[in-house]
Design a protein. Structure first.
Length: 423
């Protein structure tokens, strides 16, 4: 494809702002739309007021505007089958099919896949109903991990310390149905101790190409304590990922996963994210995500030298084997600024402080909106601020020196992202 392309980015987080930012640097692009986008993407793209959930309206918009390429950020449209709808209309889209998206959409499906293709993962038991759950709880040691089968926006995984806690979670998921259908079936899973690594990879069905690894800080508080969030910060590459661990990940996890996808005849032209843990018993898969990670994308894309659109077009035409990923030498450190109270209850429409004091950083918007030219918060995660340095220590220092210049007292961020020794 030599003519310049019109691109649609679907989603409204800092991940989608980072994607839009990177795509805007491509020489292959004539125009970017973002649906629905946020106050950050509107500077680089035309925001379109269509929800990421409205698959058919998105397809109509793509047809009407003659958009050449659609890139999907969040998981819901993927699991709901946006790829299949677009494919039926011959609209090019960078995404896994509905079948392949089950790797994220159903934890039970993903576990069965891993078992079939001998991909290392934590020991588990599938539970279909509450009574069966109660019976099986007594057979697992504590701590124990309880996972809802379906999508739950980060609220579907609980680590419980004793039988009482376990029974209470079982009740919430399976009887009170606080997660709706997503918690009707669950998994009881062995608790693993170890360092977590995110490996995002491009995949075109024939070739899988891992990106630089990243560490994501999932817990809300400093020192990695408190409830899980969507992610409070990240840096690439994972400092503890040495050559032998990398080899183990490729041979035992990444290539066998591609093999499984091929054997199951799953149509997959997009990004596959491996959520891994380096446990004492070896590296294991905690989860698959069928999309770019957030906040990993905000720190990986600044490190990527290649034209992202060129890579994506190569994926769609199944020419990924011709791409050689190149990475900048600098290190990046990204800190998520969230609303107070997140991941629990929080207030929206809090005015953001003046961000112009931030220097030499990338500011990726997530839950922000503009009203009467004022910037207001609009979701749990509000911004990701990314700084660079010659090494991680410098990048960590630079991001916090910047954050300290601003009165973020109405917001919250962790103070230890990228601190050596953590993650
Ligand atoms: P998941 O959505 O399955 O990746 O789970 C979310 C987070 O819960 C992970 O990033 C881990 O921090 C934690 N977690 C999930 N499964 C396990 C496990 N088997 N052992 C220890 N921690 C886990
Ligand atoms: N950072 C975790 C995720 O994107 O699911």
């Amino acid at each position: 494809m030599n003519k310049k392309v019109k691109v649609l980015v679907i989603g409204s987080g800092a991940r989608e702002h980072a994607l839009t930012w990177k795509i805007s640097q491509s020489k292959k692009v004539s125009k970017i739309f973002c649906a629905p986008g946020n106050a950050g993407t509107e500077k680089l793209a035309e925001n379109v007021d269509i929800s990421a959930h409205s698959i058919h309206r998105l397809a109509d918009f793509v047809k009407e505007k003659k958009i050449d390429l659609t890139i999907v950020g969040p998981e819901y449209p993927l699991v709901e089958g946006i790829f299949d709808v677009f494919k039926a209309l011959s609209l090019p889209i960078f995404a896994p099919s509905k079948g392949a998206a089950q790797l994220e959409g159903s934890k039970i499906w993903a576990k069965k896949f891993m078992k079939k293709y001998k991909i290392p993962t934590a020991l588990f038991k599938i539970i279909d109903n509450y009574e069966e759950g109660l019976k099986n709880l007594k057979e697992f040691p504590f701590p124990l991990v309880i996972k809802a089968n379906g999508l739950a926006q980060g609220k579907g995984v609980e680590i419980v310390k004793n039988l009482k806690e376990a029974e209470s979670i079982l009740k919430k998921f399976m009887q009170k149905k606080i997660l709706g259908k997503s918690g009707e079936k669950i998994i009881l899973e062995e608790f693993l101790e170890g360092k977590e690594i995110s490996i995002l990879s491009f995949i075109d069905g024939k070739t899988i190409l891992p990106m630089v690894s990243a560490c994501d800080y999932k817990k809300i508080y400093n020192g990695d304590i408190g409830p899980n969030t969507g992610g409070m910060g990240a840096y690439p590459p994972a400092s503890f990922l040495n050559a032998s661990l990398n080899k183990e990940i490729l041979e035992k996890i990444i290539y066998p996963t591609l093999n499984g996808i091929q054997k199951e005849s799953l149509d997959y032209k997009g990004v596959l994210y491996f959520g891994l843990i380096a446990a004492k018993s070896g590296v294991k898969v905690l989860e698959y995500n069928v999309r770019f990670g957030d906040p990993e994308t905000q720190v990986i894309l600044p490190k990527l030298k290649n034209d992202l659109v060129e890579i994506i077009l190569a994926v769609i035409s199944q020419n990924l084997s011709k791409i050689n990923l190149k990475w900048r030498r600098e290190n990046f450190c990204g800190v998520v600024v969230s609303s107070f109270g997140y991941p629990g209850e929080f207030k929206k429409e809090i005015p953001l402080p003046d961000l112009t004091k931030l220097k030499d950083v990338l500011i990726f918007h997530a839950g922000t909106k503009k009203e009467n030219s004022k910037l207001l918060s609009n979701a749990g995660r509000v911004l990701t601020i990314v700084a660079k340095g010659n090494n991680l220590k410098e990048a960590h220092k630079a991001v916090y020196q910047n954050l300290n210049k601003i009165d973020f007292s109405n917001f919250y961020y962790r103070k230890d992202i990228g601190k050596i020794g953590w993650c």
